[in-house]
Design a binder for this molecule. Structure first.
Ligand code: NAD
Ligand code: UFG
Length: 340
């Protein structure tokens, strides 16, 4: 049955793709976003793609009264919480802003949920909560730690939710630990729209392919991996979005607070990603090996079997599809949503 879902951060990259899948599945969507790292154009396009409408509140989670009023206005069944700042490097420079935005914002959201009796919660966590993993593949039982303020906000929010679950037995909370989301909706109408210099590999690679930047800097080729470059578990953003729908369906069976890895279980190296992107775009992608990036680890990939078992979810889109869809978005929208 259709549910009314509050999607915080719904105008952003992963949130917008999830809104589309929620609407396609017959759910109603209320988006809360302050547009700090997004534009309303993403939501306009989501509505155009599915022919359904979204209720949009341009609101900051730091505005506790505004958040409460939103809960008073809409009878909500569940909350998907994507809103947050996510740039690792920036979080080292302005940690207070990250703690305030991500932690205080989440507290306001949880307080409003409690006041209005909304107990179904799905949180955007990250593989960053595993810190430097001892081995791969990573299961949900691995030790948790953080290596930067951004990661610490994710870990703290997880801890807050585990505490709230102990105090409030009605709470059903799913922590989705994303590995590396890439790709775009296959229409090429919505995708990732980084502001300024991209922090992540694939948006950078795609900007080189389309001619916006000269070359990819490969951060180190002396890791203990098959070609020496960093290995990550890249997952198609539509698979990730569908993971949220699977979690929403499974919530009635969830007790307390449960974490799930959302990844494919397969790792690819930086050089393999550059090659796959070159093939999908039919462009040459110049690249140059430079020094390691501080804080990076060699190899990260998921054991996603808990999500398969409990949520009945697994990623189905392969690397070629991820690169083809990234390229369709990038080539049709070279300047992101500013390209009309
Ligand atoms: P994004 O920046 O595209 O989306 C986040 C959205 O939240 C943006 O639209 C932004 O405007 C909004 N927002 C931020 N602070 C807000 C506030 N105080 N009030 C209201 N809205 C606010 O990022 P994304 O890639 O879609 O990531 C979504 C979530 O997933 C984030 O919590 C992120 O930390 C997490 N995550 C992302 C990745 C990744 O690689 N993209 C990996 C793991 C986890
Ligand atoms: N890389 C390059 N050149 C670049 C960018 C990245 O060689 O220009 C390499 C990195 O060294 C790494 C791989 O490409 O080996 C992927 O890097 P990303 O920055 O795309 O992703 P990370 O795995 O470093 O970080 C991602 C999210 C973080 C999250 C982390 C752990 O961006 O938010 O996963 O979950 F904290």
């Amino acid at each position: 049955m259709g549910q009314r879902v509050l999607v915080t951060g719904g105008a952003g990259y992963i949130g917008s793709h999830t809104c589309l899948e929620l609407l396609n599945a017959g759910h109603e969507v209320v988006v809360l976003d302050n547009l700090a790292n997004s534009s309303e154009e993403s939501l306009r396009r989501v509505q155009e793609l599915c022919g359904k409408s979204i209720t949009f509140a341009q609101l900051d989670l730091l505005d506790a009264a505004g958040v409460d009023a939103l809960f008073a206005t809409h009878q909500l069944d569940a909350v998907m919480h994507f809103a947050g700042l996510k740039a690792v490097g920036e979080s080292n420079d302005i940690p207070l802003h990250y703690y305030s935005n991500n932690i205080t914002g989440t507290l306001h959201l949880l307080e409003a949920m409690k006041r209005h009796g909304v107990w179904n919660f799905i949180f955007s966590s990250s593989a960053t909560v595993y810190g430097v993993p001892e081995s791969v593949p990573i299961t949900e039982e691995f030790a948790l730690s953080a290596t930067n303020p951004y990661g610490r906000t994710k870990l703290m929010i997880e801890e807050i939710l585990r505490d709230v679950a102990k105090a409030e037995p009605q709470l059903r909370a799913v922590l989705l630990r994303y590995f590396n989301p890439i790709g775009a909706h296959e229409s090429g109408r919505i995708g990732e729209d980084p502001q300024g210099l991209p922090n992540n590999l694939m948006p950078f690679v795609m900007q080189v392919a389309v001619g916006l930047r000269d070359k990819v800097a490969v951060f180190g080729d002396d890791y203990d991996t098959r070609d020496g470059t960093g290995v990550r578990d890249y997952i198609h953003v539509t698979d990730l979005a569908l993971g949220h729908l699977a979690a929403l369906d499974a919530l009635p069976q969830i007790h307390g607070c449960v974490a799930y890895n959302l990844g494919t279980g397969t790792g690819y190296s930086v050089l393999e990603m550059v090659r796959a992107a070159a093939q999908a775009s039919e462009r040459t992608i110049p690249h140059e090996v430079v020094a390691r990036r501080a804080g990076d680890v060699g190899e990260v990939f998921a054991d996603a079997s808990r999500a398969a078992r409990d949520l009945g979810w697994r990623a189905t889109r392969d690397l070629q599809k991820m690169c083809e869809d990234s390229w369709r978005w990038q080539s049709k929208n070279p300047s992101g949503y500013k390209t009309q």
